[in-house]
Ligand binder design. Structure first.
Ligand code: PLP
Length: 398
């Protein structure tokens, strides 16, 4: 057998912190490595495999579409694209959609749309206010938009036009708005920087501030959208309607896709002003349609909400047993468990040996982002493995 990890060290750019396993197969909430070891997957392709690995509805749609039509170009109308567009629009507060291939491209597209809006309706305003701790993607502009210096410093000078202000502080947004501002862009819950849930009134207040200033509110729902937080879109928790949202990750259960959606009033692109070769191609959209249809028909967002509550009950039991646990936070199936010490990396590594995939979202916090159709039995299984790991580290004096 080839040593895949040696090949990676030799041939691949050394940019990923990879766990030392090579995954070869996935089914439902489980994956297997090349040595046949089984793992419960609570990372789910980084909050991507909404319906678990290789869900029959997605496999069927991809297989049939691959044998029918994979790619044309956006010069032509294609049916899977329009089916998915209608399903997303009919089930959201937005009116128009554009498909792309990833989250960062969706964020870029949303910012381009906001800048176009600024040029046409706000006397050339172009600046976008974003939050500290935010993550909007890896292109140069989205690195500039994301309020985290660790992603920014290696690439300075960065594209201009972004102002990073404190998250969960509406006043900070209010004072940052000038006649150059065209939009505010926020994650309804910050995923990558630690599952940071804002105060209940935050987004409502921001919506009001944007309305008063006549600027757009963009919500980055790349991680929180498509049922992840227990509602189809996270904005539904906060009693507001955004002008633009971005989607990717869970939309096609693992087939690469991104999208941004806008209210009619903000849909200001004219022909030729934005585009994509692959964006919205029949294969990705067939996977997206199968995923979305299954989620809607089978009330998977509601299931995610119920499983989120079940997970919390289990985390509470763990907290009662292990004094190193500080607490938990999150919404639906996007949860973080905090510890009183920086042990998250070590726990992830020990959970891996135990057959459980988790993410250390912060030095002192684990993130849970399993598939949305996860069962109580799999949650019990994951928490029992974590319990074992915590018991071992306690007896080892960690
Ligand atoms: N926005 C948010 C909120 C994300 O969580 C991510 C990825 O983690 C992105 C944007 C970037 O998405 P992608 O990696 O598909 O470009």
């Amino acid at each position: 057998m080839d040593n895949w990890q040696e090949l990676e060290h030799k041939y691949y750019m050394q940019t990923f912190y990879r766990a030392p396993i090579t995954i070869v197969k996935g089914q439902g909430a489980k994956v297997w490595d090349d040595k046949g070891k089984e793992y419960l997957d609570f990372v789910a392709g980084w909050a991507v495999n909404s319906l678990g690995h290789c869900h029959p509805a997605v496999v069927k749609a991809v297989t049939e579409q691959a044998a029918t039509l994979i790619q044309t170009s956006n010069n032509f109308y294609t049916i899977p694209q329009l089916n998915l567009a209608k399903l997303l629009i009919d089930n959201s507060c937005l009116d128009r959609i554009f498909f792309c291939n990833s989250g960062t491209e969706a964020s870029e597209g949303a910012v381009k749309l906001a800048r176009r809006y600024g040029k046409l309706k706000l006397k050339g305003a172009y600046e976008v206010i974003t939050a500290t701790g935010s993550f909007h993607g890896r292109t140069l502009a989205m690195v500039s938009a994301s309020g985290q210096s660790k992603y920014q410093e290696p690439y300075t000078p960065l594209p201009t036009g972004f102002v990073n202000v404190e998250y969960n502080n509406p006043k900070a947004i209010k004072v940052a708005i000038t006649d150059k501002t065209c939009a505010v862009m926020l994650e309804p819950i910050q995923g990558e920087s630690g599952v940071n849930v804002p105060d209940a009134g935050y987004l409502k207040e921001v919506r009001k501030i944007c309305d008063e200033a006549g600027i757009l509110l963009i919500l980055d729902e790349i991680q929180t959208g498509i049922g992840r937080t227990g509602k189809l879109f996270a904005y539904e928790h906060f009693g507001i309607e955004p002008d633009i949202i971005t989607l990717a990750k869970g939309l096609a259960s693992g087939v690469p896709i991104g999208a941004f959606m806008a209210k009619e009033s903000a849909s200001v692109f004219a022909k030729g002003e934005h585009g994509s070769t692959f964006g919205g191609n029949p294969l990705a959209c067939a996977a997206g349609y199968a995923t979305m249809k299954f989620i809607l028909d089978n009330h998977i967002s509601e299931h995610a909400a119920a499983m989120g509550k079940y997970l919390i009950k289990g985390l509470e039991k763990l907290k009662a047993k292990h004094s190193i646990i500080q607490g938990y936070r999150g919404c639906g199936l996007l949860m973080a468990l905090d510890f009183k010490a920086d042990i998250a990396k070590e726990l992830v590594s020990n959970c891996l040996s135990e057959g459980l995939l988790l993410n250390a979202v912060k030095p002192n916090a684990l993130r849970f982002m399993p598939s949305l159709n996860i069962t109580e039995a799999d949650i019990d299984g994951a928490l029992s493995k974590l319990d074992n790991v915590l018991t071992h580290s306690e007896s080892a004096g960690v």
